[in-house]
Design a protein around this ligand. Structure first.
Ligand SMILES: [Zn+2]
Length: 303
């Protein structure tokens, strides 16, 4: 039998898997922030406008949206392009992590599965944050618990982090692969990710007080972002999660400046409120795919 890493079969399978997970991500994105909807009820998707139950034909990833030209089959209401974007983005990220984690004949399953899970969550969280300006606790809090549990059960999650700390911190040295030390890295990651972002938020509140009051919002940054990065820290460990935040701030600042210039040039002023979650998610995925690359790039620029 041809192995998954040879030829086009593996790539097709991974693309289809990614598109299907993206299709499910759309359900999560639509239902989780809305009251009265759960992932299990209703079991079949409905058109939000005409409430007709959709058949499996309307739910084929990518193809349904394209065949129906982005409209409901029954009432012709426009279906948001978000559905297409989420499916394509999830599919692309699945393929990207696949490309990153096959080495010749070998597949690095642990980082691949972690990459796929985190990619799906990053897409979901970013889409919800863009639309509602929240990152739901039902995603981040169980995420933190699962991240810690996974670190205890799968020490390979934090091999790099443990080795790094073993060089710096005495007590772990000599036994870098015991389960407890992996959990320790995850706990430190949780504190580093959540704690540092919480501090940034406090600082932001002090520095941007007048703008925050003018905009009529409560905080420069919500606690949802803090919990999101506490979760990411359990997966990335303390060093990479700090890098992920730096990348997020950097990309967020770039996009913010770009939008401000675009708004001024088009003559449509007004403050553009940007959620932080999507930029933090870019940071998380960057660090998962290329651990430490952002830091190397920054130090290279600084020298
Ligand atoms: Zn409809």
């Amino acid at each position: 039998m041809q192995s998954l890493t040879e030829g086009w079969m593996g790539w097709c399978f991974v693309s289809f898997l990614g598109l299907s997970v993206g299709s499910f991500a759309n359900v999560v994105i639509h239902r989780v922030p809305r009251e009265g909807l759960s992932l299990w009820k209703p079991a079949r998707s409905l058109c939000p406008t005409c409430k007709r139950q959709l058949s499996w034909l309307d739910n084929v990833p990518l193809l349904s949206w394209l065949c129906l030209r982005g409209r409901c089959r029954y009432c012709s209401t426009k279906i948001s392009a978000r559905y297409l974007v989420v499916e394509l983005l999830t599919g692309a990220l699945f393929v990207a992590f696949w490309a990153q984690e096959i080495h010749g004949e070998q597949i690095a399953w642990t980082p691949l599965l972690v990459g796929w899970v985190m990619a799906s969550l990053c897409v979901i969280v970013s889409a919800i944050d863009l639309e509602h300006f929240i990152i739901p606790d039902v995603i981040t809090l169980p995420g933190i618990a699962l991240g810690l549990l996974a670190s205890l059960l799968i020490p390979q999650l934090h091999v790099d982090g443990v080795l790094f700390l073993a060089g710096e911190v005495g007590p772990i040295g000599g036994q870098p692969f015991v389960h407890g030390s992996s959990l320790l890295v995850a706990l430190m990651g949780m504190l580093a990710g959540g704690g540092s972002l919480w501090l940034v938020g406090r600082l932001g509140n002090i520095m941007l007080r007048s703008q925050i009051e003018a905009a009529g919002v409560q905080d420069a940054m919500g606690l949802g972002d803090v919990k999101w990065m506490a979760f990411a820290g359990t997966i990335l460990g303390p060093i990479l999660v700090l890098e992920a935040i730096l990348v997020g701030c950097f990309v967020g600042a770039l996009v913010g400046i770009f939008l401000k210039i675009a708004a001024r040039m088009s003559g449509r002023g007004g403050p553009v409120g940007l959620p932080f979650g999507p930029f933090l998610s870019v940071g998380i995925l960057t660090e998962l795919a290329w651990p430490g690359a952002a830091w190397r790039a920054m130090t290279w620029l600084a020298v």
